[in-house]
Design a protein around this ligand. Structure first.
Ligand SMILES: *[C@@H]1O[C@H](CO)[C@@H](O)[C@H](O)[C@H]1NC(C)=O
Ligand SMILES: *[C@@H]1O[C@H](CO)[C@@H](O)[C@H](O)[C@H]1NC(C)=O
Ligand SMILES: *[C@@H]1O[C@H](CO)[C@@H](O)[C@H](O)[C@H]1NC(C)=O
Ligand SMILES: *[C@@H]1O[C@H](CO)[C@@H](O)[C@H](O)[C@H]1NC(C)=O
Ligand SMILES: *[C@@H]1O[C@H](CO)[C@@H](O)[C@H](O)[C@H]1NC(C)=O
Ligand SMILES: *[C@@H]1O[C@H](CO)[C@@H](O)[C@H](O)[C@H]1NC(C)=O
Ligand SMILES: *[C@@H]1O[C@H](CO)[C@@H](O)[C@H](O)[C@H]1NC(C)=O
Length: 516
């Protein structure tokens, strides 16, 4: 355990711990062997050599060997660095301090768990950061702690174990009533946290590789007994930053904040093959005050899906997803949406602001999915500035998504969909401009579409728009929308105020290697 740059405030105890830890670190490290060899040789020479010259030469070798040894611990190989974060930490450790081995083969679950357990003791003393250095760090799932930063350096790769036994099981989420894919529980995510405050997962574009292929394969062959794990799940937590990382091949969803608040997710490159099941990029679920910006996502499912629980379970828990901003997102998702709202929305979804987003070769743009039995609402959704190229649907809303957790859903629980605003959209190579379908005794209302230019593809459907059970207005839209959207001189609204999450200031934090 190293205490960096805080000697003054912590007295001399940390110094002792520090030197103890360094010495421990040498045992079994390469530095240890030359040392013993040199002592052994010098003893022999002291006994048998009479030429003082030889002794002097040996002494020099011993001293050089000792100096070389001081540079050997992993810590001294790490350079100092700065990074932006919502909070900086007083204490630091490197994964290798806890026995981590970055050879891509050794399982590091214990190293992560003991490091984080140890660092959790500093939660109320300035917090701690755990540095994952360059290397391939194979691990099963592990849990985060409060006032904690996990920092992945460039060329650090966390590799997820492909053995189910390395993934503990968790009970179903209360707002889902069961696993999303199977009744019963579910596998814990690779990186999991619950009931936390102030958690950061960031890095200099280090990588987390879910090695999802075995999971996708088992899922498709129906060999799994419970629901697949996500890559990162943070539950019942406040103040979360997930930034500047590359996330690849999650077994299922990538990033899942649930029942949480004050979340910033930025600078992520999220990559999965476009034909694998349920690899959603970022899924804010029953969460409030979420800022998602500057991300690049290629996925087999929705790049972003905003959710809030499933039918009677979600209604009972009643936690909405609200005050959510998505901007500067680039998405490639040939089978799904740039941003989906739902289909699980039974806690409600409101005040979502989506701005300056791009989709390429994607099935649909900002899509609403709901069903009878979901209840709750999707309202006050604002979209401004979409640049779309090669889409099946630009506007797509569905009130008959189905997909129920069980037969216990309430057929009278109708979702209220209202106040859905889109403006400033350009789209090219589009098959269907709009398929906007409400529910027969429960129309979707307050839909507004303005300043939209859609170039249809050569394979376009005869009818570019098809609307049922909806109402709303439209202005300056090409091709001409359906009759149910009334022509009106209007600029669809987009809020001018800022949400509190937009005012969070990043601090410049640093990691300092020890000074000898
Ligand atoms: C955590 O670190 C402290 C300080 O170095 C050390 O005394 C303690 O033994 C460690 N605890 C565990 C559980 O590793
Ligand atoms: C992680 O947290 C979950 C939920 O609290 C718990 O069931 C699990 O045992 C924890 N895992 C470890 C390694 O502590
Ligand atoms: C991070 O790494 C990914 C994958 O190599 C790369 O595509 C992306 O451009 C990198 N991001 C930055 C900011 O360097
Ligand atoms: C992410 O990395 C970029 C540089 O690629 C940097 O400008 C930005 O401040 C970083 N942000 C966070 C929150 O890590
Ligand atoms: C219409 O949308 C385009 C982007 O698609 C934007 O550049 C332009 O400023 C918008 N026009 C008005 C009048 O808002
Ligand atoms: C247009 O979309 C079709 C699919 O509908 C795709 O096959 C084709 O490559 C796209 N063309 C261009 C120029 O992007
Ligand atoms: C329009 O949508 C409705 C409802 O989904 C469907 O029944 C109808 O066949 C569609 N019409 C055309 C022309 O595609």
């Amino acid at each position: 355990m190293r205490m960096l740059g805080h000697e003054g405030s912590l007295g001399d105890r940390p110094h002792r711990e520090e030197s103890k830890m360094r010495m421990l670190g040498h045992e079994g490290s390469l530095g240890d062997r030359p040392h013993r060899v040199f002592i052994h040789r010098s003893v022999i020479y002291l006994f048998y050599a009479t030429v003082s010259m030889v002794i002097r030469v040996i002494s020099v070798v011993v001293i050089l060997g000792t100096l070389a040894e001081c540079r050997i611990p992993s810590i001294s190989k790490l350079n100092n660095f700065d990074y932006p974060a919502i909070n900086c930490r007083k204490h630091s450790a490197v994964l290798t301090d806890f026995g981590g081995v970055g050879d891509g083969k050794t399982l590091n679950t214990k190293a992560f768990n003991s490091a984080i357990t140890n660092l959790s003791q500093y939660a109320n003393d300035g917090g701690a950061q755990l540095i994952v250095p360059p290397g391939k760090w194979l691990t099963g799932s592990f849990n985060l702690t409060s006032h904690f930063t996990l920092f992945l350096q460039k060329d650090a790769v966390i590799l997820a174990s492909q053995y189910e036994s390395d993934w503990p099981q968790l009970p179903a989420l209360p707002s889902y009533g069961r696993g999303r894919e199977k009744p019963g529980g579910r596998f814990s995510s690779l990186i999991f946290g619950t009931n936390l405050i102030d958690v950061i997962i960031t890095g200099n574009n280090g990588t987390i590789d879910g090695q999802g292929s075995t999971w996708w394969d088992k899922f498709q062959k129906k060999q799994l007994k419970i629901t697949r794990p996500y890559m990162i799940e943070i539950m019942y937590s406040d103040q979360i930053q997930i930034s500047n990382l590359t996330l690849v091949n999650s077994p299922s969803w990538f990033v899942h904040p649930v029942y949480s608040s004050n979340i910033i997710i930025n600078g992520l490159t999220i990559l999965a093959p476009v034909d694998v099941p349920n690899t959603d990029g970022i899924d804010p679920d029953s969460s409030t005050n979420v800022l998602i910006e500057d991300n690049y996502i290629v996925s087999g499912d929705d790049c972003i899906a905003i959710k809030s629980g499933w039918d009677e379970y979600g209604i009972k828990v009643g936690k909405p997803s609200q005050n959510i901003i998505v901007r500067r997102l680039t998405c490639i998702s040939p089978k799904s949406a740039l941003v989906a709202l739902g289909s699980e929305m039974s806690g409600g979804i409101q005040d979502v602001r989506i701005e300056d987003v791009t989709a390429i070769n994607t099935e649909s743009a900002v899509r609403i999915k709901s069903a009878v039995g979901r209840g709750a609402f999707v309202k006050d959704i604002f979209v401004k500035g979409m640049d779309l190229n090669t889409l099946k649907y630009v506007f797509w809303m569905t009130g008959s998504y189905g997909d129920h957790p069980d037969n216990g859903f309430d057929p009278n629980a109708l979702p209220k969909i209202s106040g859905i605003n889109y403006r400033d959209v350009t789209a090219k190579n589009v098959t269907i401009a709009g398929k906007v379908e409400g529910i027969s005794n429960d129309p979707f209302t307050g839909i507004c579409v303005s300043n939209v230019t859609i170039e249809m593809s050569a394979h376009k459907k005869k009818l570019p728009w098809n609307c049922t059970d909806i109402s709303g207005v439209t202005s300056n839209v090409v091709p001409k929308p359906c009759e149910l959207l009334k022509e009106k001189e209007i600029e669809c609204p987009f809020p001018r105020d800022k949400l509190p999450i937009e005012n969070v200031q990043f601090k410049t934090c640093n990691f300092q290697s020890s000074v000898f």
